[in-house]
Ligand binder design. Structure first.
Ligand code: TPP
Ligand code: MG
Length: 342
């Protein structure tokens, strides 16, 4: 079973959705479509040179944030990384504010001061992303500690890439969270790559959750392209966490369809990925696998799905145009929002 997860030739079939609430399934599917189409718009706009800064796209990985977010409350505190569009949109599907931010407009999530990699939306539970790999992990442990000390039932969530686990601070965070019984869910998005390097060239094992074992942190390893399994498993871990049982870790095996940064699939920094592998991973598409399952059980029809997608496309195009026409921040915002005079 574990080997199946890592071999892209497996798990192309529809996911299991038996017993699941139909409305929740539809909601999750809509959220995944919305995230994917937002990122595809960003990819196209980057290709067309309408975006100047870098964009790290997570197309193919949508099931993770969508499944996890199903179990979160507005008062939980979620921390992202350099590839966080989906982490934020799964909490607040405001693609317009994301577009504005990526374009550096003052209507963006970070008032146009951050771009794609510095997103924040605290009122919806998103406490920030940064390009410094693993930089937010200790902040997330701190937020979990704050919740515990204030005797709240809120948890922290830290999205961590497989490459980020190669930063020492992540291991200190696992240790500290366990010792302090901090209510934090470490979500490992194991997409097998850190920039251009495959995990087999970096680690003696492709399994990251072994580090949870060594810190006695309860953990699960599963298919990162199965939104229902992610929702269920993270839900169980989070429930225990809210009851005061300390940290947990969920490792999700997935794959990003684009290269490390920007819109091309066929290049990465230095090393090309095999086209065959990308094609096989596309057959493990989390959206398609849920779609097939829903159509098989007559939860919806292909026609309804096409209609939904067309509506999303129209709204996304409108939001993009609006963001393109928005103003940039005024110069004095640098002093107000980025640098401090004292
Ligand atoms: C401290 C630090 N070291 C290196 C980098 C350059 N860098 C940016 S993303 C990345 C790879 C991260 O891989 P992973 O955590 O697996 O996330 P993924 O890109 O696969 O989502 C690296 C090395 C950085 N931004 N920060
Ligand atoms: Mg990675």
């Amino acid at each position: 079973m574990i080997n199946n997860l890592f071999d892209s030739k497996n798990l192309h079939e529809p996911i299991s959705i038996e017993g699941e609430d139909k409305n929740v399934l539809k909601e999750m599917q809509k959220s995944m479509f919305l995230i994917r189409k937002t990122e595809q718009k960003l990819a196209l706009s980057k290709k067309n040179k309408l975006i100047t800064g870098p964009v790290h796209l997570g197309v193919g990985q949508e099931a993770i944030s969508v499944g996890i977010s199903q179990n979160l409350k507005k008062t939980d505190k979620v921390f992202g990384n350099h590839r966080s569009h989906s982490h934020l949109l799964a909490l607040n599907p405001n693609y317009y504010k994301l577009f504005a931010e990526v374009l550096g407009k003052k209507t963006g999530f970070s008032k146009g001061m951050g771009g794609s990699m510095h997103l924040i939306d605290q009122s919806n539970g998103f406490f920030g992303s940064t390009p410094i790999v693993a930089g937010t992990v200790p902040l997330a442990v701190g937020a979990a500690m704050a919740s515990k000390m204030q005797k709240l039932k809120d948890i922290a969530v830290s999205y961590i890439g497989d490459g980020a686990v190669e930063e020492g601070v992540v291991h200190e965070c696992f240790n500290l969270a366990k010792i302090y019984n901090a209510p934090i869910l470490f979500v490992i998005e194991n997409n097998l790559f850190a920039s251009h390097m495959h995990i087999s060239l970096r680690q003696p094992s492709s399994i990251i959750s072994r580090f949870a074992d060594s810190n006695l942190i309860p953990n699960r390893l599963l298919d990162g392209n199965d939104v229902v399994a992610i929702k269920k498993n993270s839900g169980e871990l989070i429930e225990e966490m809210r009851d005061g049982n300390g940290p947990a870790l969920i490792e999700l095996i997935t794959y990003r369809w684009f290269g490390h940064v920007d819109w091309r699939e066929d290049i990465d920094v230095g090393v090309a990925r095999s086209v065959n592998d990308i094609d096989n991973w596309k057959l493990r598409d989390p959206i398609h696998r849920l779609s097939e399952a829903m159509i098989n059980l007559r939860i919806w029809t292909k026609e309804e799905e096409i209609k939904l997608c067309n509506q999303i496309d129209l709204k996304i195009n409108d939001a993009w145009e609006k963001a393109m026409n928005d103003p940039y921040p005024s110069e004095d915002c640098i002093l107000k929002n980025v640098y401090s005079s004292n």
